[in-house]
Design a protein around this ligand. Structure first.
Ligand code: IPE
Ligand code: IPE
Ligand code: MG
Length: 244
């Protein structure tokens, strides 16, 4: 369908370090500026009526970064979660989390659990933070839990498997955006992105504002999602019997 709004946007926020470097600033300043861009994204998506926004804030692989950068990022996550609460409540946004919670520092886990509980009944939009997230790990933990539950092989269909993913009730992303000119998934939502549309922007994450979001949405609106069908099928009411 054309002219459609994605129901779920997932964003690989990349380029904070380069943004800072371009300005002769430490990487931490890039991450700080990146937080402002997240705030803007959430507000803009909420105003546009997008149902789900997921942001990739920290990958499992990001634990390989210098300890100082990692601890700065977790301080930032802690502050962000605490400071965003009034705004999330005011905008009726539910916070969700995907990733390996066991990896999180205690204070972050505590603040996160509080925010998840407090926003649990909000209905305006779902805003999901991916922290210490790995798509492969998500798939593996799902398989492990399914086995631990004693599921027989023939019981494990797609719907059952999905119920073991981190956020089983969140629909697959329709649009995956990555900034900073990199064109890769970096282990993000591997299972869920099977039929996503991708939008790669050269803009560095801290500079990704409402205008850039409009460009991404414009690009998405002009695409035809076929899900394996032919374009004739999509445009005819006689779906299924047009094979000649
Ligand atoms: C994205 O920006 C933020 C995180 C991965 C936490 P980067 O920190 O990867 O910025 P670049 O890629 O070095 O510019
Ligand atoms: C991907 O960014 C992870 C996040 C945006 C959190 P990276 O900058 O870590 O990705 P790679 O390592 O360059 O692929
Ligand atoms: Mg990067």
């Amino acid at each position: 369908m054309e002219d459609q709004l994605p129901q779920h946007i997932a964003v690989i926020m990349d380029g904070n370090g380069r943004w800072a470097k371009e300005r002769g600033l430490p990487r931490s300043q890039g991450h700080l500026a990146g937080v402002d861009a997240v705030r803007t994204l959430v507000r803009e998506c909420r105003n546009r009526g997008i149902g789900y926004v997921t942001v990739y804030a920290f990958s499992k692989e990001n634990w390989r970064r210098p300890e100082k950068e990692v601890s700065f990022l977790f301080e930032l996550f802690l502050r962000f979660i605490r400071e965003e609460m009034p705004e999330l409540m005011a905008q009726d946004i539910r916070l969700d989390f995907i990733g390996d919670k066991r990896d999180l520092p205690f204070a972050v886990r505590q603040a996160l659990d509080y925010a998840l509980r407090k926003t649990a009944s909000n209905r305006g939009m779902v805003f999901t933070l991916a922290i210490s997230y790995s798509g492969r790990e998500e798939i593996l933990q799902a398989a492990r839990r399914a086995i631990a539950d004693g599921l027989r092989p023939e019981e494990l269909d797609e719907a059952t498997f999905r119920s073991y993913l981190y956020a089983p009730n969140t629909p697959d992303p329709d649009l995956v955006i990555r900034t900073s000119g990199e064109e890769r998934l970096s282990n993000f939502l591997l299972f869920q992105s099977a039929y996503a549309e991708f939008y790669f922007s050269p803009v560095l994450w801290p500079d990704f504002g409402p205008e850039e979001l409009n460009k991404a949405l414009g690009s998405y609106a002009g695409r035809t999602r076929r899900f394996g069908r032919t374009s004739e099928q999509l445009h005819s009411a006689t779906e299924g019997k047009c094979y000649e």
